[in-house]
Unconditional design. Structure first.
Length: 302
């Protein structure tokens, strides 16, 4: 069988266990079905200028977030092969890769434009840096056991001043990550929204907020109780000085994620987050783990 003219760029981190071996194990198949324009396991290719029809990422969710950063605003579809622990963003298990590529070639797949945030850091001298966030931007305290003070403005008006361990601003995609662990809500990844989640706030009235993605959010550090820091999509933290601001808004540069596994988002929630659905009532003939018997267990009787 000859190569398909569609071009694929294979990306991964050889330091992650199983990635290099996995790429090598599937290389012959991929080269027989596709035009492999590059294999990058050491960040030697500039993904922001890459010419491909698909970026195939071997790794976990962190690898996909890193690839998203490297792509910048370039809109090349991304398909993940999970070599991580969780794999919420990665669509395929390694054993499913060949079938998944076959489905992609046959047009049996879906795509979703995942919104990203534009994050700009300003100090008293002007803009320090700019980033794109697929998951979230997190402001935290630098010193353990200290609080950081943050003023939050929405569209030019003060919304809340928060003291605590920090704040998380997450996209719908990132709502299943750090924001969820901090008590935030789950959002369908196709929702154009931003969720703001306080981390251990000093005031019990400071609660998570869901905003439309069109809002412009400005975060400013105030007070001198403790220095702050921030991270974008889990990258190494950067210092956030007194009076510094982070301006967060829609980047208008979504990342296109490919899904060939066929299952809906809520199936992934059940599988990855361990959702059990309804209570397990004794004697109920529908009382089966996960509500659908997917684990093969018999109904639990009295």
């Amino acid at each position: 069988m000859g190569r398909d003219p569609r071009r694929v760029l294979i990306v991964g981190d050889r330091r992650r266990q199983g990635v290099a071996a996995g790429v090598e194990a599937h290389r012959a198949f991929l080269e027989s079905r596709l035009t492999v324009v590059g294999i990058d396991l050491d960040e030697t290719i500039d993904l922001s200028t890459a010419e491909a029809d698909l970026v195939l990422v071997f790794g976990g969710d962190g690898s996909i977030l890193h690839v998203a950063r490297r792509l910048g605003a370039r809109s090349v579809p991304v398909l993940g092969v999970n070599y991580g622990r969780f794999g919420f963003l990665a669509d395929l298990a390694p054993a499913e890769l060949e079938e998944g590529i076959g489905r992609w070639l046959a047009g049996d797949y879906t795509t979703a434009a995942r919104s990203r945030l534009r994050v700009r850091h300003f100090d008293e001298d002007g803009m320090v840096g700019e980033w794109l966030a697929l998951n979230d931007v997190v402001i935290g305290r630098e010193d353990l056991g200290r609080m950081v003070d943050i003023d939050l403005d929405i569209d030019g008006g003060r919304a809340v001043s928060c003291s605590g361990d920090g704040l998380i601003l997450a996209t719908a995609t990132g709502s299943t990550a750090h924001a969820l662990a901090a008590g935030g809500p789950l959002l369908d990844p196709t929702v154009d929204a931003v969720v703001i989640v306080p981390i251990a706030p000093h005031s019990l009235s400071t609660r998570p907020i869901v905003l439309a993605g069109s809002h412009r959010i400005v975060l400013t550090t105030r007070g001198t109780r403790a220095p702050g820091k921030f991270t974008v999509d889990g990258a190494p933290a950067l210092p956030l000085g007194e009076g510094d601001t982070l301006v967060v808004e829609d980047a208008h540069a979504p990342l296109t994620m490919v899904r060939v596994s066929g299952g809906p988002f809520y199936e992934a929630l059940r599988g990855k987050l361990g959702w059990r659905g309804r209570p397990r009532y004794a004697g109920d003939p529908t009382d089966v783990l996960d509500g659908d018997g997917a684990d093969g267990n018999a109904p639990r009787g009295a």
